[in-house]
Each structure stands twice: as structure tokens, then as C-alpha cells.
Design a protein around this ligand. Structure first.
Ligand SMILES: *Cc1c(COP(=O)(O)O)cnc(C)c1O
Length: 385
């Protein structure tokens, strides 16, 4: 895809940066950095022929569990399955309610629906965009079974009060950590704060495979065993089925590639952090709302999301300068056609709807160069002048 640039450089020194389009995310750059090692790992699996639940899956599970500081990791087919299987393992019945963020990717809600349960949306804090713990307790009913906070954009949700409310009301807590590989809450990596956590290795995530992949982590031996059974047809011994399970296993080729990429994760998150710092310094004082990081959070900048009521015009302005941006997400789950039957009208979740209309994700990734980031910053300045 080629993008023609409409505007001349602001100054001679900036002209090189302006000449180069800035993609929202360059997955190929990540591949090229580790090409040899990744290809060798994937080809080794092909040569061994252990495509389903091969040794590399278990190796990756152990390495990811130890990276996140949890006892168990179980590889599954994708992030949505990770959520769905975790909800099944934790216990759910048709008609039960699960508290979910109003402001999230729709997968969080779909996993609840798959289990026959009802997603009950909780509005976010207006500054962190994550589930507001102060709104959780009043949403609990006799049908509530669990709380499902999301670590959105790579920023940890405020886990202590959520876990405390869960304990007090006998509810399970499941973390949707699909965007937060490596992030820390109060100094500790995510994945073990609730009863379980669900992960996605979709290619664009901070730890992304070369296709679909996902995992569940937990410190509970029994829950871990349930996921292992559920992901593999409900079977412990081949052709003997204890429960009506699913086919959702982390692919061995993907596991082999993920083992290589896991070694890069801390370094790549560090680079994302440097990009975020450059944005935050370069974009202050423009009247835009920039990401807010609470003092208990170490985010991993899956996305760098800014806010302005002139969002659509800004996006267009950046597009004309070859800069790729995305809206995460343009339609909140409660306003999707898929959830029309919940009967949640426009206006029912005002903070979420305001975010939906004002947020914009700037280019972000471990392979963005500082002159590309500078081009984005200069182009935003140009718009705000
Ligand atoms: C990506 C994502 C998922 C789903 O992961 P898939 O691997 O695409 O199924 C779930 N929740 C959140 C918050 C996500 O960002």
C-alpha cells in the first residue's frame, strides 16, 4: 500500500521523517528482527511432526507462567477461547450475570454470552479508561457470579478493590489480560491477581504469534486441570471423555515461535515505553487528553490512546500525512447490533460513549523509530495550531 503525502516538510531537518509514512503497527519489522531464530524454531516442529500439543507447547506454558509469576499456564486456541474456557471452568449457568467493562473489545462480552450468561457493563474511570471499582458493588445482584476486569490498552486495572469486592460477595474474578503481557500492578506482574487470567497471542498484541493463539493462567491446581481437559475435547486419556469439552489447543508451531518472542518481550515493552514517553513529552500543552498512569501501574503500552472532541478531523489530518491511526473501539459493545437484545440504548453508558467518540490510538510498537514518532508529534502540533 502506498500513501501519497500532501504536505511539505515543516523544516529541512524534518524532511526525511515526513517523507516516510508511519504505519500504525509494523508486524514485519518484528519478524525481521528475529527471523532466523523464529524460522528455525518453527521448522524444527515441522521436522518433528508433533503438531498438536507437542513438547514446545508445554515448554512455552512453563516459560510464560514463570515470566508472569503464576503457577500454571495452559495454551489455548485464541484469546476469546481463553476467556470462554476460563468462565466455564470457574462455574457459570445460563442466566447468570458477569460484570464486564462497558469499554472493552467485544471479545470480553462474547465469552460471557457463549457461556449462556449475561454481560453487565460497568462504566470506566474517565481518566484510566479501565473498570471503575467504585461502580462494581452497586451492580451486583443475586445472579452475579463473577467480575471480569480488562487491563485495557496495556494499563493494569485497579485489582485490589475489585478482588476485595469479589471475595466479600463470593464472586470469582477473571482478568482479561489480552493487551497487557508484562504489565505490573503494584510491582507484580498481572495474571495471578484474580482466580484466573486470559491471554491472547493475536499477532498485533505485545506478545503476538504468527496466527491465532491464547492462554489461561492461574495459581489454582484444580482450575488449571479443568482448562487442560476443556481445551482438549474434555479428555484426559485419548478417546475417553469426562466432560463435553472443546477443541482449542495452542498450536505447536505457534508455541515454538512464541518461545522466541517471549525472550524479546521485556526489551520490546521497554521500547514501547520510550515511544510513549516521547509522545507524552511532545504532546503536552496542546489541549489533548493524554494517557494517565496511576502511581501503582506499570503499563506496557499496547496502545497509546489520546482524546479530543475533534478526533475525526485529527485522524483525517494524520492520514493525509501518511500516519496510520486506529479507533479502539469505534462502537462500544452495548451499541453493537450483536447486543441489541440487551436493550441498552444510546445514552445509557455516557462515559463509554464519550470515549468511543473521542479516542484515537497513535502509531505504537517496538519498531517505531524516534523520527517517526517525531513526525507524528509535529503533525499533531500542526493540527492543533
Ligand atoms: C484481542 C483481545 C481479545 C481476544 O483475543 P483473540 O486472540 O483475538 O481472540 C480479548 N480481549 C481483549 C481485551 C482483546 O484485546
Amino acid at each position: 500500500m502506498t500513501i501519497s503525502l500532501a504536505t511539505p516538510a515543516a523544516s529541512d531537518s524534518a524532511s526525511n521523517a515526513v517523507a516516510t509514512p508511519v504505519p500504525f503497527l509494523d508486524l514485519r519489522a518484528a519478524y525481521f528482527e528475529i527471523q532466523k531464530e523464529v524460522e528455525q524454531a518453527m521448522l524444527d516442529v515441522c521436522a518433528k511432526g508433533n503438531f498438536i500439543l507437542g513438547k514446545e507447547v508445554e515448554q512455552f506454558e512453563n516459560e510464560f507462567a514463570s515470566f508472569q509469576g503464576v503457577k500454571h499456564c495452559i495454551g489455548v486456541g485464541n484469546g476469546l477461547d481463553a476467556l470462554h474456557l476460563a468462565i466455564q471452568a470457574l462455574g457459570i449457568a445460563p442466566g447468570d450475570e458477569v460484570l464486564v467493562p462497558a469499554n472493552t473489545y467485544i471479545a470480553t462480552w462474547l465469552a460471557v454470552s457463549y457461556a449462556g450468561a449475561i454481560p453487565v457493563p460497568i462504566e470506566p474511570c474517565a481518566d484510566t479508561y479501565n473498570m471503575n471499582p467504585e461502580r462494581v458493588e452497586s451492580a451486583i445482584t443475586s445472579k452475579t457470579r463473577g467480575i471480569l476486569p480488562v487491563h485495557l490498552y496495556g494499563q493494569p486495572a485497579e485489582m485490589d478493590p475489585i478482588v476485595e469486592i469479589g471475595k466479600r460477595h463470593g464472586l470469582w474474578v477473571l482478568e482479561d489480560a489480552a493487551q497487557a503481557h508484562g504489565a505490573r500492578y503494584r510491582g507484580v506482574r498481572l495474571g495471578g491477581f484474580g482466580d484466573m487470567a486470559a491471554w491472547s497471542f493475536y499477532p498485533g498484541k505485545n506478545l503476538g504469534a504468527f496466527g491465532d493463539g491464547g492462554a489461561v493462567t492461574t495459581n489454582d491446581d484444580q482450575l488449571a486441570d479443568r482448562i487442560r481437559v476443556l481445551r482438549n475435547y474434555g479428555s484426559r486419556v485419548k478417546y475417553y471423555n469426562d466432560v463435553r469439552g472443546y477443541n482449542s489447543r495452542l498450536d505447536t508451531v505457534q508455541a515454538a515461535a512464541l518461545r522466541v518472542k517471549l525472550k524479546c518481550l521485556d526489551e520490546w515493552n521497554k521500547r514501547r515505553n520510550a515511544v510513549a514517553r516521547q509522545y507524552s513529552e511532545g504532546l503536552c500543552d496542546l489541549g489533548l487528553v493524554l494517557p494517565m498512569v496511576p502511581d501503582w501501574a506499570v503499563p506496557v503500552w499496547h496502545l497509546y490512546v489520546i482524546r479530543t472532541p475533534k478526533r475525526d478531523a485529527l485522524q483525517q489530518h494524520l492520514r493525509e500525512r501518511g500516519i496510520g491511526t486506529i479507533i479502539h473501539y469505534p462502537v462500544a459493545p452495548h451499541l453493537q447490533v450483536a447486543y441489541r437484545d440487551l436493550g441498552l440504548q444510546k445514552g445509557s453508558l455516557p462515559i463509554t460513549e464519550m470515549l468511543q467518540d473521542e479516542i484515537l490510538s497513535l502509531p505504537m510498537g517496538p519498531h517505531l523509530k524516534s523520527d517517526q514518532v517525531e513526525h507524528v508529534i509535529q503533525s499533531v502540533h500542526e493540527f492543533c495550531r
